[in-house]
Design a protein. Structure first.
Length: 394
């Protein structure tokens, strides 16, 4: 699309209007003589369209046969620009250089897009593509799509398939991700259920295998809960994939010490802004000097475009927010409140899948802060699968 618009611009074209009794017949005559017409629009009894300037002269000769009238609405393209500025040699040289550079650049990749990924971030795939030979500024003729595809899958283990499509100066990499395999043993493989942690058995829901513990039994991590070895009425033994849940009352403990003397990083309110141009992955600073001191950096990148086509040029705006550290002191109540908040975060992270039946706090005031210990009594499924060693049972 970009190359076609560039061709229209280089050859020069006109936007015209045709009206009369049968303006459609004029288009049929053009088609019969191989005269290309594009961008056709019908409006209020007339037809508007575009054609190359050299073909407009031919159309004027055949319009009499159609009974249509013609008028040029607009002239566009390089020939008309050159005619307008024929006495400005510098401008003409600049235009020629521009199109020469554009012609050379059309042999290189301007943009790289990644599609089809959900779990794997674009940044990881783009980084891997650089390693295998595709990035902004890569010469198109040097790219071997089949080789890139194979190497990309090796570089990113979470990808199962990839395809590289190059249209003009744009490379689109279509990928498929590997399916997430649950951390479970295949049901066809014999296995036992063992205890993941210490506890007292309070219930069970066993769907396959032989239960070897009873409600009220105390178990420690690693104890056998459900055996995959089953005995039949005739005395024969078999091996099964033990399945089910074994619930236990467990105890857990989380401890956090909140210091009286705290430090935090904050923004002072001072900000420095820097702008740079990024061309084919190369960042060209549009400023002098560097930002000194401690700061937090926020970057916004704006990609330049020509119509609907993205150019390999980006404007990078960076904001550097100055930061500093300050100290403050907590009293005992403040330190205890901080410790409770932190333990709440740890609790949400560590107690997933467990039902908290009760909890109690133990507070200890130290010279440097407050230590909070929380004891939990939980109900949880402690059964985990372990492959049954057939040799060990013989």
């Amino acid at each position: 699309m970009l190359l076609l618009r560039l061709l229209h611009f280089l050859l020069g074209y006109v936007r015209f209007k045709a009206w009369g009794d049968f303006p459609e017949r004029l288009l049929n005559l053009c088609a019969g003589r191989g005269i290309p017409v594009w961008g056709i629009v019908r409006r209020k009894g007339c037809i508007q369209g575009m054609m190359y300037a050299k073909d407009y002269k031919k159309m004027r000769k055949i319009r009499a046969k159609s009974g249509a009238r013609l008028r040029i609405l607009e002239k566009r393209g390089l020939p008309f620009i050159l005619r307008r500025y024929k006495n400005r040699a510098g401008l003409l040289v600049g235009l020629l250089l521009f199109f020469l550079i554009l012609r050379v650049m059309s042999g290189y990749i301007w943009t790289v897009d990644v599609v089809g990924n959900e779990r794997v971030p674009d940044s990881e795939i783009l980084e891997a593509l650089e390693q295998v030979g595709i990035e902004e500024g890569t010469r198109i003729a040097s790219i071997d799509p089949a080789n890139v595809r194979q190497r990309l899958i090796l570089e990113v283990p979470d990808l199962s398939w990839a395809a590289v499509n190059i249209e003009g100066t744009k490379a689109t990499v279509d990928v498929r991700e590997t399916r997430e395999v649950p951390d479970k043993i295949d049901e066809s493989v014999p296995c036992n259920l063992k205890a993941a942690r210490d506890g007292r058995i309070i219930g069970h829901q066993v769907t396959d295998g032989s239960l070897v513990v009873q409600v009220g039994d105390a178990v420690v991590a690693g104890d056998l809960l459900v055996s995959g070895v089953v005995e039949y009425a005739d005395g024969a033994s078999g091996f099964k994939h033990a399945a089910g849940k074994v619930f236990a009352e467990t105890q857990r403990t989380i401890t956090y010490t909140a210091l009286f003397h705290q430090q935090e990083t904050y923004r002072t309110g001072k900000v420095q802004r820097r702008r740079a141009l990024k061309l084919f992955g190369l960042e060209i600073p549009l400023y002098l000097g560097s930002v000194r001191g401690s700061y937090e950096r926020e970057v916004e990148t704006c990609r330049l475009a020509f119509g609907e086509d993205t150019l390999p040029i980006s404007v990078v705006d960076a904001a550097f927010y100055e930061t500093a550290q300050r100290s403050y002191t907590l009293d005992e109540a403040g330190a205890l409140d901080l410790a409770r908040r932190k333990i709440g975060e740890l609790e949400a992270e560590q107690m997933q899948g467990a039902e908290i039946l009760s909890k109690s706090e133990e507070v200890e005031t130290l010279e440097e802060g407050v230590r909070l210990t929380v004891h939990y009594v939980c109900k949880e499924n402690i059964a985990v699968e372990e492959i049954l060693s057939i040799n060990a049972t013989n």
